[in-house]
Write a protein that binds this ligand. Structure first.
Ligand code: GUN
Length: 293
């Protein structure tokens, strides 16, 4: 069994990006600039955005954090997005999700200029990825593709099972894995809450990407020996032995599944650090090699 170390891989990639940014600034160009909009004070979102700002520092990027209270209107948010769209000093920006219930997330995403949509959530970027055109790809699936590539996981002709059909992970993951590329070229099955025989389908999988948000869902009796398991789950579960009172648990019963696998990602330290790293790759691309310009 090989443990796929996302933390180490992300650190290597961030060093590569920092070296590239140093070359750019030595050439008299400005550093890439990522802006983030954060609405409200949700603990998870606060942590994610703080980690994104920290990663910008590690890569030599400029970052801006724009905060709004929970009761901000959709109109005010769109006004801010329009300002960022027009701000030539900002290469890319994100609006941290989820948003409060009174705001229509899709209206917000559609307001972002696709050439600055480094999250890859705008329908134009989703469509471009879908037909294999250059654009921005959602960070979590892009990070998983990097891990498969850097660890030399054979994907061509393999049966990949994606658990979950979210717009952010499941759907783009399935699209990328089926793409005629390396990694890619998989036969893909997507399972979701209405799939009756998930266990049988998983037993047939060479690669499982678990993105359901159900801690410990994938158990050893669902896994074919020699499979590759990618765990996207990051649910906070109670843990009285920790100072915080919680720890992160993935969608995979790691203790029992790991010994059956050829490759497996841990939680934490697997997919999570790669997600932020992909956002950094997208921001560098927005600045240096923007597919829209
Ligand atoms: N919420 C959970 N994941 C993400 C992400 O990748 N980007 C944004 N903007 N919000 C998120």
């Amino acid at each position: 069994m090989t443990l796929i170390d996302g933390k180490k891989t992300a650190a290597e990639i961030k060093q590569e990006i920092a070296a590239e940014v140093a070359r750019m600034t030595a050439d008299g160009k400005r550093a890439p600039h990522l802006a983030a909009i954060l609405v409200g004070h949700d603990g998870g979102s606060e942590t994610y955005v703080a980690n994104k700002v920290k990663a910008c520092g590690e890569c030599g990027f400029t970052s801006s954090l724009i905060r709004f209270e929970e009761d901000v209107t959709e109109e005010r948010l769109i006004e801010e997005i329009t300002r960022l769209n027009d701000d030539q000093s900002v290469d890319g920006f994100i609006v941290q999700l989820p948003l409060p219930r009174h705001i229509d997330e899709q209206n917000i995403i559609r307001a972002i200029d696709p050439s600055k949509d480094v999250d890859g959530f705008h329908p134009i970027n989703v469509g471009r990825m879908s037909i294999g055109l250059p654009g921005f790809v959602s960070a979590t699936p892009a990070g998983i593709m990097q891990l498969l590539k850097r660890y030399g996981v054979e994907t061509k002709g393999k049966h990949a099972v994606v658990l979950g059909r979210s717009n952010i992970v499941g759907k783009p993951m399935a699209t990328l894995l089926m793409q005629k590329s390396n990694p890619g070229n998989c036969t893909v099955t997507v399972c979701h809450s209405a799939t009756p025989n998930i266990k049988e389908i998983c037993l047939n999988a060479d690669i499982i990407v678990a993105a359901l948000g159900q801690p410990g869902f994938v158990t050893a009796d669902m896994v074919k020996p020699g499979a590759t398991i990618i765990d996207v789950g990051t649910t906070r579960v109670e843990d009285a032995s920790r100072k915080s009172g919680w720890r992160l648990r993935g969608d995979v019963d790691f203790e029992n599944v790991a010994e059956k696998c050829e490759f497996i990602t841990p939680v934490p330290g697997g997919v999570g650090p790669m997600t932020i790293c992909s956002l950094m790759i997208n921001t560098l691309q927005a600045c240096k090699d923007n597919p829209y310009k």
